[in-house]
Design a protein around this ligand. Structure first.
Ligand SMILES: Cc1cc2nc3c(=O)[nH]c(=O)nc-3n(C[C@H](O)[C@H](O)[C@H](O)COP(=O)(O)OP(=O)(O)OC[C@H]3O[C@@H](n4cnc5c(N)ncnc54)[C@H](O)[C@@H]3O)c2cc1C
Length: 255
């Protein structure tokens, strides 16, 4: 569900400012976040960029324009989708950030124009022992797909798994704090943090790259947690590029 209220412990901005941004809690744990901070362009810009070669401009989106968007998606005419840009602030567990980071073009961490700017645990110490992602339930290891999970583990095992997982997060946080207490620098102390610790970053991407990300991370084999972020992104951008999302959904379902 898209919400539009203040985002505590998430951004460096004041709560008043944070309240302006639509955001979602993709992992539904009260800690995960993705907020749309800003954007440039909409459906109309895609058709106008596509028609630049004819030197034609539409003011309002009509049926012909909607068909053109569909055509562009269907035939992989990608450059008009690069003229629409989004800036997100993401708060996700470190293991999700690692998967996200593989989207080299989408993240443009090899490019100075747009990109990825992340919180540094060299600068910022973790102050909240709860700032770890703890799943509500645990999935079983798939036997046929080495990277995947399926279904949940039996209910009586779930509580045990939760206890083990939670105590490891607590132990990790305690070791981290103890190291800091001994005077160890943040850049070394962070080595004992488990990958479920939350980090955050700002992600600036074109619509083309976003659609590529959503396609892969909502696809078969993607881990459920990053899949939920991909769903959230689709929801957040839908009001800005509704025709693109609708055509893309339909055409991607078809293949
Ligand atoms: C289900 C799943 C499982 C995965 N498992 C693993 C894993 O086990 N280990 C692992 O390391 N990664 C894994 N990945 C990451 C995967 O290999 C990709 O790195 C990631 O999905 C980003 O996709 P991309 O390269 O298409 O995106 P981007 O890096 O954003 O690139 C977008 C597109 O640009 C083009 N492009 C990008 N770079 C180049 C280039 N140098 N030359 C030519 N064209 C280029 C390609 O067409 C590419 O599709 C997995 C991804 C998924 C979805």
């Amino acid at each position: 569900m898209v919400q539009s209220i203040a985002v505590p412990n998430f951004t460096n901005m004041s709560e008043d400012r944070a309240a302006q941004f639509p955001w979602i809690d993709p992992l539904n744990d009260g800690k995960s976040r993705i907020a749309l901070l800003s954007h440039m362009g909409s459906d109309i810009d895609i058709v106008n960029d596509a028609r630049a070669s004819f030197d034609k401009v539409s003011i309002d989106l009509d049926d012909k324009d909607i068909k053109l968007i569909r055509y562009l998606i269907q035939h992989h005419h990608t450059s008009p989708f690069r003229g629409v840009v989004f800036k997100f602030k993401v708060k996700a567990p470190l293991f999700v950030a690692r998967q996200w980071w593989k989207h080299v073009v989408a993240s443009s961490h090899n490019d100075e124009q747009v990109g990825w700017n992340e919180k540094s645990f060299r600068y910022v110490a973790i102050e909240d022992s709860e700032d770890f992602y703890v799943p509500a339930s645990f999935r079983q290891q798939s036997k046929s797909n080495r990277q995947a999970t399926f279904g949940e583990i039996p209910e009586d095992q779930n509580q045990k798994a939760l206890d083990i997982y939670r105590s490891q997060c607590e132990a990790s946080y305690k070791a981290y704090k103890d190291l800091l207490e001994l005077g160890v620098g943040r850049e070394q102390a962070r080595g004992v943090l488990v990958p479920s610790v939350y980090t955050s970053w700002v992600w600036t991407v074109s619509l083309q790259a976003v659609l590529h990300f959503i396609g892969l991370r909502k696809g078969e084999g993607a881990q459920q947690e990053i899949h939920f972020y991909a769903d959230a992104i689709a929801q957040l951008i839908q009001p800005i590029v509704p025709q693109t999302i609708s055509a893309w959904d339909e055409l991607n379902r078809a293949v």
